[in-house]
Design a protein around this ligand. Structure first.
Ligand code: SF4
Ligand code: SF4
Length: 459
């Protein structure tokens, strides 16, 4: 007997809300997710919990409230989109898809959020040339000494629009005034085990170029030929998180084309938020018949660098010692968005001389959450305070985290508290270990540092 193929469920249209009802029905209102939710812990309000937000989206779906209801908007945009509730939920609720559909149905409540969301993200993050221009200006401002002069002059305090607090959040940028260039193709060292394509990213390539270069070196040291497509774009994560689905889809299509041309075995990402978004291109384009299959195929190849190296098998014989005591912060979109928890720890433990000290609530958000620290600075700084308390309680002064937003947010929290904290990306430490291995092999004994620290930025 022929089995009748079930038509694929499609998202249903409600005024302003495009979502599959199945996603909403999965929530059984058990409340298991409440303690995991930073905004519920902070505000103690059911409507700012995962369960409460899902309930409100369902009310919109059933036309009981409007997506433009100001209270609905407030609660939906007060969410960090950290997805800790997904990990806590035993019913398999896909909260990330629900919140992104809700945000696509209604713009942010405040003018500041709309300006950042629509104007900045749409003009800046959709154009490589615009990103390069802004990146250059920011690096020049910081590296030329102008930032030090302006901070000392007190000029920022008399400028309008809270410019001083915005400027104070500017992260310490890696490298010099010029952007760190990544060669389009880097050959594998030793026997080739894979050909990979690398997402250099918008924020990563402008502000953390040395970590990008370290990522490529570590992949090559592990037998990978690394191709970095020059025509790649921003991954679109920030657009999707702020409800701008159309821009996220456009960027996804451009990236699929750029990466397909390289025919890689895997697409490697070193920023948790970008990796999580790219693994969801299949979902983002599932209703576009011309792109659905290509997007799903693309997403299957996306791997966080730690996930990929753990799966490939790290070459440990050439690792040298890195004498550090570190703690590890699980980036939300790595641990909750991608389910990558053990692999970074396995890789850290493989480094000779390195000691990993676990931190309480390592998988709780630091408050960065894309642009949340700009749109909700008060909530973000309270959540950051909890994180800094937990780091401080470990007694170590070095942190490993694999996402640029978390790096900048935690550094700013440590700086505010006067805490001497160094922050590494996982690949910074692996790269340092391979360099130490090479030096040991040639009897050199130099120490190499790849950390970003609270004192790095000009004062
Ligand atoms: S999201 Fe999951 S854990 Fe939270 S109330 Fe619904 S079913 Fe329970
Ligand atoms: S994504 Fe994070 S902040 Fe939003 S409801 Fe879930 S746990 Fe709470």
């Amino acid at each position: 007997m022929a089995i009748e193929e079930r038509p694929r469920e499609r998202a249903e249209q409600r005024p302003g809300l495009e979502i599959n009802k199945r996603l909403l029905k999965q929530c059984v209102h058990c409340g298991l997710c409440l303690d995991a939710c930073p905004t519920y812990r902070l505000l103690g309000v059911e409507m700012d919990s995962p369960r409460g937000r899902i309930y409100q989206v369902r009310m919109v779906y059933e036309n009981k409230i409007s997506a433009d209801d100001p209270h609905f908007r407030e609660h939906i945009y007060a969410c960090l989109d950290c997805r800790a509730c997904e990990t806590a939920c035993s019913s398999g609720v896909q909260y990330g898809k629900i919140i992104e559909a809700a945000r696509a149905a209604t713009p942010p409540p405040s003018k500041a959020e709309r300006t950042i969301g629509r104007a900045v993200l749409n003009t800046l993050f959709t154009s490589n040339a615009a990103l390069d221009a802004v990146g250059l200006a920011m690096r020049a401002y910081q590296k030329s000494g102008l930032q030090t002069l302006i901070r000392r002059s007190g000029l920022l305090k008399v400028l309008p629009g809270g410019l001083d607090s915005l400027e104070a959040m500017m992260p310490p940028l890696q490298g010099g005034i010029a952007k760190v260039r990544i060669p389009p193709v880097v050959p594998a060292i030793g026997e080739q085990r894979a050909r990979v394509a690398f997402l250099s990213g918008c924020v990563m390539s402008q502000f953390m170029g040395e970590t990008n270069a370290a990522t490529v070196r570590v992949l090559a040291a592990n037998g990978c030929e690394v191709v970095t497509p020059p025509d790649q774009k921003c991954c679109g994560a920030l657009h999707a998180h702020t409800g701008d689905r159309a821009s996220a889809q456009t960027l996804a299509r451009q990236n699929i084309e750029a990466f397909e041309r390289t025919s890689p075995d895997a697409i490697i990402v070193n920023a948790a938020g970008c990796g999580s978004a790219m693994k969801e291109y299949g979902h983002l384009l599932e209703d576009d018949p011309a792109w659905a299959e290509r997007a799903a195929g693309f997403s299957r190849k996306v791997k966080d660098v730690s996930e990929f190296l753990a799966q490939l098998g790290l070459r440990t014989e050439t690792l040298g010692a890195v004498r550090e005591r570190v703690t590890y912060q699980d980036a939300c979109h790595l641990v909750h968005g991608q389910g990558v928890r053990n692999q970074p720890r396995e890789l850290l433990r493989a480094i000779p001389g390195l000691e990993l000290v676990e931190m309480k609530e390592s998988d709780t958000c630091c408050g960065s959450a894309g642009i949340y620290n700009l749109t909700h600075p008060q909530y973000a700084s309270q959540i950051l305070e909890w994180k800094i308390d937990n780091i401080q309680a470990t007694g170590v002064n070095a942190l490993v985290v694999s996402n640029p937003g978390c790096t900048f947010q935690i550094l700013s929290g440590a700086r505010k508290r006067g805490m001497p904290l160094r922050v590494f990306h996982l690949v910074d430490l692996l790269d340092r270990a391979y360099r130490a291995g090479r030096m040991a092999a040639s009897n050199g004994r130099h120490e190499v540092s790849g950390a970003r620290r609270t004192g790095d930025e000009p004062r």
